[in-house]
Design a protein around this ligand. Structure first.
Ligand code: HEC
Length: 466
């Protein structure tokens, strides 16, 4: 006993309560930060330090919100997952964070990183006015960027200038829907052709509520506008859904095929239903026609399906040397995955998953089933994976063919080295600097990331220090 109290004294007062229940801050980090952000700055969940309170700012009102949730807005109820004492502590923690001055809450604009192989700076190039979803490089200097809620498409330069391309399709700006991914045709330099993935509303006067689905548009950029527009994928009204969630929609193009993802749109069982387009990765020809060797050429099947059982793949990229298609799947809490995507396979959602419900209870006890693929890597806790790219180039040669993985909720950029379908090395490069939504390697072998902070897109270049 004497010995124990000596240890406690030497650790200092702040440690004396170590046998007590976790602090409000610990509860926050474990259950809330994934949606409300490490600095309480918001993300999937509301900003909790901006003096704007939809449900009241008293301790009692906050406790009530945490207990009951705001279920139709995506705030889970914690009355079953947390003890009343924990709820009280986390509410007090939120209150205390609002009493500290707001300066210092925001991350600084540039950041220095020391990684295993390189020292580099994150250099801010441009701040876009709204949430930027995807970036893709045209040449060493120029890139295209999409803005989700406004539906804007930008033709941008790394010198910080950009202009808006007119004639973009009307997007369905519903929660996670809007203008999403952008990809270039392999012959873009000659034909200026691009492919856009976006949330499209199926307009139908008989419906009480709007419904929609992910769609793919092919078009050419001519000067400042889109021309020769051709919708190469969209769904009939029967498949449109009212949910504003899980549009997936990353695109990979080669000289013959276009692969793209659609999340399950919040309807979990649909991911296993081969008659439905959601919860799948699709493969079509560049004119939208269905390749004759697609895997599900049977009556009633949705013919463009390439793989199924995919929850919400928000990362899709082709390996530079093997040509394989890889995806990151935005899972439930604790169920993000990296998958190698191969023809006709079932990736298991929602039957098998490592995921948890948002209140921390287990979703299913099944992580394996015959006929269902295991992820190459899964993340517990979740990092909320976004876009991916493989490094290919001279400048960061020690990272050759490594996958760069973004994390939105966890505010991360990771480098993942995969050999023979196994992760052999993984390094956290950037942490707590905003939601990293997309990453792109330019033709010159430079690396760029798009970070969301304060609902604005921040474009950064990774710049090596000598
Ligand atoms: C799955 C994402 C998610 C998680 C996890 C989550 N929240 Fe929320 N939370 C939300 C969303 C979305 C809202 C906005 C609700 C609305 O628009 O009415 C919200 C709203 C709130 C509000 C009300 C803010 C206001 O303006 O009145 C509080 C307080 C809150 N959350 C606390 C918490 C706490 C504490 C935890 C952890 C125990 C937590 N949340 C976990 C998504 C989440």
């Amino acid at each position: 006993m004497k010995y124990l109290s000596l240890i406690l004294i030497s650790l200092g007062w702040s440690q004396i309560s170590f046998a007590a229940p976790p602090s409000g801050e610990q509860v926050y980090r474990q259950y809330c930060a994934g949606c409300h952000g490490a600095q309480l700055q918001g993300g999937l969940g509301a900003n909790l330090v901006d003096d704007t309170w939809l449900h009241g700012d008293s301790e009692g009102a906050i406790i009530k919100t945490i207990k009951n949730g705001v279920l139709d807005k995506g705030m889970p109820a914690f009355s079953a997952g947390l003890a009343p004492e924990q709820i009280k502590l986390v509410a007090q923690f939120i209150k205390s964070q609002n009493d500290t001055p707001s300066s210092g809450k925001l991350a600084e604009q540039n950041k220095s990183v020391t990684s295993e192989h390189y020292q580099f700076d994150l250099k801010l190039l441009t701040v876009f006015d709204s949430l930027t979803w995807a970036i893709t490089f045209i040449n060493d200097q120029e890139y295209l960027a999409t803005e989700r809620d406004t539906g804007n498409l930008y033709y941008a330069n790394i010198n910080g200038t950009y202009r808006t391309i007119k004639g973009t399709p009307q997007v369905w700006n519903n929660d996670q829907g809007g203008m999403l991914d952008i990809a270039l045709d392999v012959n873009f330099a000659e034909n200026q052709t691009i492919y856009l993935a976006y949330a499209k509303e199926n307009v139908n006067d008989n419906w009480q509520q709007p419904k929609g689905m992910t769609a793919i548009l092919k078009a050419r950029i001519e000067g400042d506008k889109l021309v020769d527009k051709q919708e190469i994928f969209s769904v009939d009204d029967a498949f449109a859904l009212p949910s504003g969630r899980h549009f997936g929609s990353r695109i990979v193009v080669d000289d013959k095929y276009l692969y793209f993802s659609i999340g399950e749109r919040g309807v979990r069982p649909d991911a296993q239903d081969l008659t439905k387009p959601n919860g799948k990765i699709h493969r079509i020809h560049l004119d939208g026609s269905i390749p004759s060797d697609n895997p599900f050429d049977r009556a009633n099947a949705y013919k463009s399906i390439w793989t199924y059982g995919n929850r919400n793949p928000q990362g899709l990229a082709r390996h530079p040397s093997t040509g394989e298609i890889w995806s990151t799947e935005h899972g439930p809490k604790g169920g993000d995955e990296i998958n190698l995507i191969s023809k006709g396979l079932n990736y298991g959602w929602p039957v098998i998953t490592y995921g948890l419900n948002y209140d921390g209870t287990s979703m299913t006890d099944k992580t394996h089933m015959p006929g269902m693929e295991q992820p190459i890597r899964y993340y517990v806790p979740s990092i909320a994976t976004g876009g991916i790219d493989f490094y290919h180039g001279e400048k960061w040669s020690k990272w050759q063919n490594n996958m760069l993985v973004t994390g939105m909720g966890a505010q991360e950029l990771r480098r993942v080295k995969i050999v023979n379908k196994q992760v052999v090395e993984e390094e956290l490069l950037v942490k707590d600097f905003g939601r990293v939504r997309d990453v792109a390697v330019s033709p010159s072998g430079d690396i760029y990331i798009m970070i969301t902070r304060d609902h604005k897109g921040h474009m950064y270049k990774l710049e090596q220090r000598n």
